[in-house]
Design a protein around this ligand. Structure first.
Ligand SMILES: *Cc1c(COP(=O)(O)O)cnc(C)c1O
Length: 235
């Protein structure tokens, strides 16, 4: 079997085992396969095995890969769901709005407004997550948690966008208790958001990567974003 496919199966089994150990409902945690820096062939292999959702960080790379995947495997082109998980600059919003179905990294109203304005009329609403910076980490992306609710409220009022929840990328830590506490704090922000927007009930919590699946799922993640454990180390 293809290496990417066997590693993908291993990650799926790992997620199932973690769900069980934390008494999460089976199948509650969705897997986003992060294919950044890997070729279209890798996406096609894993997609043929059954994976549907793919995450890309770099907009141009993602858009090019979508076209390559469609050329290699036309039967898959309409099955796959692409998530933008990298920073979105103003000059990239048009491409994001035209090509992706999800954006995990909204942290400024201006970007959300542009995505809303630029979402093509023939496409369904764009699913968006507010990126929260829970630990003041180096990676300067994300709103501080105390600003997340206000931003989410403004975003939820924009046409052509559908506010689905929150995303976070905590700084890597060797301390499992700290990793768990940060993920739990993110879950608490989602609970506040649900109280603030009861008519929308955003319920997505995108957190957990190859190295911190266990604490993320323990804390309530329902989307995990996994690259390395499926595709291998990036160079
Ligand atoms: C690269 C990336 C991932 C995947 O990280 P791995 O450690 O390779 O699993 C997840 N989320 C974001 C935002 C990323 O940039």
């Amino acid at each position: 079997m293809n290496q990417w496919v066997s590693q993908w199966q291993g990650v799926r089994q790992q997620i199932t085992a973690i769900e069980q150990s934390h008494h999460r409902h089976p199948g509650e945690v969705n897997l986003l396969a992060v294919s950044k820096t890997f070729p279209a062939e890798a996406v096609v292999e894993v997609a043929r095995a059954g994976q549907r959702h793919f995450g890309e960080n770099y907009i141009q790379e993602g858009v090019d890969k979508m076209a390559q995947v469609a050329a290699l495997a036309p039967e898959l082109a309409h099955e796959l769901v692409w998530h933008c998980i990298g920073p979105v600059q103003s000059n990239k919003t048009r491409q994001v709005a035209a090509h992706f179905q999800w954006v995990h990294t909204v942290d400024r109203l201006k970007i959300a407004q542009r995505l809303s304005d630029q979402r093509p009329a023939h496409l369904p609403d764009l699913n968006v997550l507010i990126q929260v910076n829970m630990d003041g980490g180096d990676n300067k992306s994300g709103v501080p948690p105390q600003e997340a609710i206000d931003l989410a409220q403004s975003v939820s009022a924009l046409p052509r966008l559908r506010l689905r929840g929150l995303m976070s990328i905590p700084e890597p830590t060797q301390d499992p208790a700290r990793a768990l506490a940060i993920h739990q704090a993110t879950r608490d922000v989602l609970a506040q958001l649900q109280l603030a927007l009861p008519h929308i009930r955003p319920d997505v919590l995108s957190m957990g990567m190859s190295a911190d699946l266990d604490p993320a799922i323990a804390a309530g993640a329902n989307w995990v974003r996994v690259g390395t454990a499926i595709f291998g180390k990036r160079t």
